[in-house]
Write a new protein. Structure first.
Length: 161
C-alpha cells in the first residue's frame, strides 16, 4: 500500500472512531443545586431512591394524595435532613421536591451549613435579595433558600422549581 492510501485509511478510521463516540449518548448532568449525602448526589426532580436508601429508616414519614399529580406527596424526616417527594402515580417512582437541612452535620456542596455566617454565604453564592432573612439563589431547575438570623444560617432548603 502506498503512503497516500495509508493516510486516507488512517483518516477514515479516525473519523469512524469520532463518529461512533459521538453516537453514544452522554449521561445528562443535573442542572441545578445538588445535595450530596454520604456520596449520593441528589438533584431536584431527580429520583429519590438512592438518597432514601443511603439515609436509612426515617424518624417519621407522612404521605398524602398529591394536588398536582395522580400520585402521592411524601415527607420523610431523617436525623440530618427532611426530604419531600412526589410521584406521578400511587405506586410510581418518587422524585425529589425539596430537601431541608436540619443539623450542622450536613452542608451544601459549597460548604455552607447550619451555623455558617452570612458572610460565608455571600462569599460562596454572592449577594441575593433579603426577603425577611431568607436569601434565594436560583440555578437550573432548583432554588437554594438560605435563612439567616443574627448573621448566622439557621435553615437551608433545596427546592425544585
Amino acid at each position: 500500500m502506498d503512503c497516500m492510501k495509508k493516510k486516507i485509511l488512517g483518516f477514515v478510521i479516525a473519523l469512524a472512531v469520532l463518529v461512533s463516540a459521538a453516537a453514544v449518548p452522554a449521561q445528562a448532568a443535573p442542572k441545578g443545586y445538588i445535595f450530596k449525602y454520604k456520596k449520593v448526589s441528589a438533584a431536584m426532580h431527580g429520583k429519590a431512591a438512592a438518597l432514601m436508601k443511603k439515609a436509612g429508616k426515617p424518624v417519621s414519614q407522612k404521605r398524602s394524595k398529591s394536588c398536582a399529580y395522580d400520585g402521592l406527596d411524601s415527607t420523610y424526616v431523617y436525623k440530618d435532613f427532611i426530604l419531600t417527594t412526589y410521584s406521578h402515580s400511587v405506586k410510581g417512582e418518587q422524585y425529589i421536591n425539596s430537601i431541608t437541612l436540619r443539623t450542622d452535620k450536613v452542608a451544601t456542596r459549597e460548604g455552607i451549613k447550619i451555623g455558617s455566617s452570612y458572610n460565608a454565604v455571600v462569599k460562596k453564592y454572592g449577594k441575593a435579595k433579603d426577603n425577611l432573612g431568607v436569601y434565594t439563589y436560583a440555578k437550573g431547575n432548583s432554588k437554594l433558600q438560605i435563612e439567616v438570623t443574627d448573621d448566622e444560617v439557621t435553615k437551608i432548603t433545596y427546592v425544585a422549581k
